[in-house]
Design a protein around this ligand. Structure first.
Ligand SMILES: NC(=O)c1ccc[n+]([C@@H]2O[C@H](COP(=O)([O-])OP(=O)(O)OC[C@H]3O[C@@H](n4cnc5c(N)ncnc54)[C@H](OP(=O)(O)O)[C@@H]3O)[C@@H](O)[C@H]2O)c1
Length: 254
């Protein structure tokens, strides 16, 4: 995918990984449409890279189509969509308030599906574009204390994989980026700081560079760090051993 001259919508561009991806795409010559909720952060980013701020809470009903409409109104087209906005929630599922579960399902899964549905026709009409989904290692392995978060990321993963099959033969790429741990506000915001030794948190700027390179190359999948594919492979080939090691890899809810 040629980034220079493209129009790129980045969801969750107001913070963390999304902000760094927006900076990277702008640096590579894209016109960035920067989505998020924090209007001050979006305005600061927009001033820095001449982006268009698109504030919207993705938990609101109809947010996906509304964001698509604002993006198309602002730029006339969208060539690249980076589905990055996401929230976590940490704790035992039995203790999770129903509204917290519904919010995660809406923001992490329903909104990106609806946004894709609303933007795909104009991509198909031009016959070219790229859809990049930021998932999580939690969606490939399951994590105690993050059941709904893991489910939303696994759902997004399967959605992207299915869409890639549907779009085979077009020049619309679909990528899944699978981070382990990135140094952002994510863990504080979900209510529990990151306290494991592995995987080691990676700087958001370094991870964002990998996302931008992935879009440019059209690579369908990438883990950050790359070794995370190993426990996923163990789960697929040796499920019994995977579950025995689960307390180490999958974590234990506290
Ligand atoms: N950090 C990690 O270790 C890690 C690991 C694996 C996967 N991920 C995934 O990476 C993505 C980026 O997270 P991050 O680490 O950069 O965390 P972050 O710094 O907390 O950023 C999250 C972004 O998502 C936006 N967002 C959250 N809820 C939203 C809502 N209801 N409506 C609209 N926007 C919303 C936030 O917007 P506002 O700030 O404006 O509210 C923010 O821009 C997420 O999908 C996360 O699941 C992160």
């Amino acid at each position: 995918m040629r980034i220079a001259g493209s129009v790129a919508l980045v969801t969750g561009a107001s913070s963390g990984l999304g902000r760094e991806v927006a900076l990277g795409l702008a640096g590579a010559g894209a016109r960035v449409l920067a989505h998020g909720r924090d209007t001050a952060a979006l305005d600061e980013l927009a001033g820095r890279i001449d982006a268009v701020p698109l504030p919207l809470d993705l938990a609101e009903p109809g947010a996906g189509p509304r964001l698509a409409e604002s993006a198309l109104q602002a730029a006339g087209r969208v060539d690249i969509v980076v589905h990055n906005a996401g929230q976590g929630w940490a704790g035992r599922f039995a203790d999770m308030p129903q509204d917290a579960a519904e919010r995660l399902l809406a923001v992490n899964l329903a909104a990106p599906v609806a946004l894709t549905r609303a933007l795909l026709p104009q991509l198909l009409a031009r016959g070219e574009g790229h859809l990049l989904f930021v998932t999580s290692i939690a969606g490939r392995m399951g994590v105690a204390g993050e059941a709904v978060y893991s489910a939303t990321k696994a759902g997004l993963d399967s959605f992207a994989e299915s869409l890639r099959f549907e779009l085979a033969g077009t020049r619309i790429g679909v990528g899944v980026f699978v981070p382990g741990v990135v140094q952002t506000a994510f863990f504080e915001r979900r209510g529990r700081p990151y306290d494991r030794r592995r995987p080691r948190p990676l700087p958001a700027g370094v991870v964002a560079g990998a996302v931008v390179r992935m879009i440019a190359s059209g690579r369908p999948e990438r883990y950050a760090p790359a070794w995370l594919r190993l426990p996923v492979a163990v789960r697929g080939t040796l499920p019994g051993m995977y579950r025995r090691l689960g307390s180490r890899f999958g974590g234990v809810a506290r």
